[in-house]
Design a protein around this ligand. Structure first.
Ligand code: GLV
Ligand code: MN
Ligand code: MN
Ligand code: MN
Length: 396
């Protein structure tokens, strides 16, 4: 198994990797993300797993053993812009490795086991994280998905057709047969490093909101306009970003402005408009709501001072998710159980009523959504073994 595991990594390593940063650009329904899906299809075929594609861009490889509700595992193969190697692919590669290990051990499951690859988990193209699993569970409706566009104005169904897929957005039948979901993922922090543990379990996912802030002011000459005469929306944005960071610290939460769009975007012009996207996460739904209210209030006050305006729209708000306590108790085996502030398809499935849990593999750098994301091979192999044991237990 270790050799096959290494081989899977070396197959995936070049797909969508930037030669300059070493990071990954696997945008959903882009060439490199579809190459990753094609790789997955080959891996399933080589193992005799039956393939099922749904009209949302998700793919499942089924080990059709036994009967009864299926045990689902897997993750995603898309990445954020300039992402790391492990966020997503580790769950898929480990799922295939776990099936190999179960077979090496002569284990025959009494229920079907599925390996899922969900589409657009990161929301890096259409702005809504976990779009594939949200559509498949019915958490997001086809019309809500159709209203989304990427930065070029392309809609999801057109993006799918361009890659030769046949879109049929909406609730997926294959999920009806799923009894539970277990997703393995690289840890996106350093809790397991501090606890000196190669593998842990997730207890919960923090609530998460994505908000769009539109600031409007007055374009003017950067040289001739006195500072006192400006209505500069960039200044309003900048002051608000500082205030948001302070408020997030006070709330024990997180506030990030990772994306900006400026008009007219010229060095020698005071901008006329700035759009900024806030990603905010907190321990509880109440604290997140309060944090957003304070940031919005301070943005409005600052806009009044600057003679600019601000409008705020929530693009998505995902409430807290608590993973299934019975599953955690069955799988814990003395491992640490830790909450996370990162979103996952497991959270969407849990919200849709499918008992779900997650295994995390230690990440020495603690860094994620960056080329600096890391995981040691030895820890990944402990993860595969933990996943194989868990699948065998759940599919007994
Ligand atoms: C997705 O990985 C997210 O938590 O942003
Ligand atoms: Mn992920
Ligand atoms: Mn991610
Ligand atoms: Mn994620």
């Amino acid at each position: 198994m270790p050799d096959d595991f290494e081989r899977m990594w070396s197959d995936l390593a070049p797909l969508g990797r930037s030669p300059s940063s070493g990071g990954y650009f696997r945008q959903p329904f882009s060439g490199s993300e579809r190459e990753c899906h094609a790789w997955f299809v080959e891996q399933c075929a080589a193992r005799g797993l039956r393939l099922e594609h749904d009209g949302n861009g998700n793919t499942v490889g089924w080990w059709d053993a036994g009967d009864g509700p299926a045990v689902l595992t897997g993750s995603h193969l898309d990445s954020v812009l300039d992402g790391g190697a492990y966020d997503g692919p580790l769950g898929v590669v480990s799922a295939l490795g776990a099936i190999d290990l179960m077979r090496e051990r002569g284990i025959t499951p009494a229920r079907p086991i599925g390996v899922a690859v969900f589409a657009e988990e990161e929301g890096s193209r259409f702005g809504l994280a976990c779009l594939g699993s949200r559509l498949a569970t019915g958490t997001t409706t086809p019309d809500q998905a159709r209203a989304l566009t990427d930065r070029e104005g392309v809609r999801i169904e057109d993006a799918m057709v361009e890659r030769g897929l046949e879109p049929q957005l909406g609730k997926a039948d294959w999920l009806d047969d799923v009894g539970c979901y277990l997703e393995l993922h690289v840890e996106q922090g350093r809790d397991l490093v501090h606890r000196d543990a190669p593998v842990g379990l997730a207890s919960a996912i923090w609530p998460h909101g994505r908000y769009r802030f539109d600031f409007a002011g007055e374009a003017n000459h950067a040289g001739t306009t006195a500072m006192a005469d400006r209505h500069d929306p960039m200044l309003t944005y900048a002051m608000m970003a500082l205030a948001a960071a302070k408020q997030a610290r006070l709330a024990g939460g997180r506030a990030t402005f990772g994306r900006l769009d400026v008009g007219p975007n010229a060095t020698n012009a005071v901008p006329s408009r700035v759009t900024a996207w806030l990603d905010a996460r907190c321990e509880s739904d109440e604290v997140l709501t309060e944090l957003l209210a304070v940031i919005e209030k301070q943005a409005g006050e600052r806009a009044d001072r600057d003679g600019t305006t601000v409008a705020v729209a929530a693009e998505s708000v995902t409430p807290e998710v608590r993973f299934d306590e019975d599953l955690i108790a069955r799988l814990v085996a003395g491992r640490p159980v830790i909450p996370t502030a990162a979103g996952h398809d497991a959270g969407v499935l849990a919200t849709a009523g499918i008992p779900s849990a997650m295994l995390f593999v230690r990440n020495p750098s603690g860094v994620s959504h960056s080329p600096a994301e890391t995981a040691e091979t030895a820890d990944c192999l402990v993860g595969v073994e933990a996943l194989a044991d868990a699948l065998a237990e759940l599919a007994r």
